[in-house]
Design a protein around this ligand. Structure first.
Ligand SMILES: NC(=O)c1ccc[n+]([C@@H]2O[C@H](COP(=O)([O-])OP(=O)(O)OC[C@H]3O[C@@H](n4cnc5c(N)ncnc54)[C@H](OP(=O)(O)O)[C@@H]3O)[C@@H](O)[C@H]2O)c1
Length: 283
């Protein structure tokens, strides 16, 4: 199967290449890729560059994982966020109008006040990042009948920034404050790849919006689980509050729920405790 993977140089793109590159014929495209037989350098926010790209390749499926996920940068530069997240999606939908496209989206399309958001819940983004991701979802779903959305919570593997920070701080004996009043549903990279593989390889599934996420958990308890699994000093993880520490982009409960996805793809996802035990042993 021929795949065009946008954002191939990014964190998500590299996970896809490493985990599923053996199954598919993947061609990458990103703004600063080093061009070679398998990679295009292409600013996807530039409609003409995307048109040229569409003349050079005809993929069976596009996985659109290019974008800007830096919340502070998006807030400071909404126009840049629009280009990276929305315009890239519009350009792909217009230049590849009949190509099945899987858009990697985010839990930030929801407001983050009540949590357990379902695939069919109404959107309510409150950050620039979230608004541009929501806008990209709607644009893609409108322009391309073969467009579907795969929303993730924070992805984690052994290289995840948060886990590396925890490991390094706890190894140095430094205490770490983690919010006990902020819930989310972090996505284990293996679960993400299972869901993505199903979406790519099963063209007709009947739904257009999917969630790949883990169980709802507080940031504090997630850190505790990792510290215990990695045999690090878990008493150094201390309870913090997103309210007293004034964390602007951390919400009370931005967790996703995935029952509709699991039922329609016939998959089940695992438990953070098992995954963190595995990652705790991986250095
Ligand atoms: N990581 C997560 O936990 C997570 C969770 C939920 C959703 N997502 C979504 O997944 C997507 C990718 O996230 P990531 O973690 O892989 O981010 P990342 O590491 O920052 O990578 C971003 C990728 O997008 C490419 N890109 C950005 N603007 C582009 C443009 N105008 N034209 C072409 N390529 C462009 C970058 O290319 P260059 O490096 O070549 O510039 C890079 O390959 C984002 O849209 C994000 O919303 C990520």
């Amino acid at each position: 199967m021929k795949i065009l993977l946008t954002g191939s140089t990014g964190y998500v793109g590299k996970l896809i290449n490493a985990g599923l590159g053996h199954r598919w014929d993947i061609t990458g495209a990103s703004a600063h890729a080093i061009p070679d037989a398998r990679n295009f350098q292409c600013n996807l926010a530039d409609a003409e560059q995307v048109r040229q790209l569409s003349k050079q390749i005809s993929p069976d499926v596009i996985i659109h994982a290019a974008g800007d996920k830096n919340l502070a940068r998006c807030e400071a530069n909404p126009a840049g966020a629009y280009l990276a997240n929305v315009q890239t999606t519009i350009n792909l939908a217009q230049s590849f109008p009949d190509t099945r496209t899987i858009y990697i989206s985010s839990d930030y399309v929801f407001s983050g006040d009540r949590g357990s958001y379902r695939e069919d819940d109404a959107l309510g983004p409150v950050t620039v990042y979230g608004r541009t991701k929501a806008c990209a979802e709607l644009a893609g779903l409108t322009l391309n009948p073969q467009f579907c959305v795969l929303r993730l919570s924070a992805l984690y593997d052994e290289k995840a920034t948060f886990l590396r920070f925890l490991r390094e701080s706890l190894t140095r004996g430094e205490a770490v404050n983690c919010f006990e009043d902020a819930f989310y549903s972090p996505t284990y990279f293996g679960d993400f790849l299972i869901v993505l593989q199903h979406l790519v390889e099963n063209p007709v599934l009947g739904r257009r919006i999917y969630h790949a996420c883990g169980q709802r958990i507080s940031r504090y308890f997630f850190a505790k689980l990792f510290a215990r699994a990695a045999n690090l000093e878990s008493s150094l993880i201390q309870q913090g509050s997103r309210i007293t520490e004034n964390a602007p982009f951390i919400f009370a409960d931005i967790s996703l729920e995935n029952t509709l996805t699991c039922e329609s793809l016939d998959v089940s996802v695992g438990r953070h405790q098992e995954y963190l035990s595995f990652l705790g042993l991986t250095r």
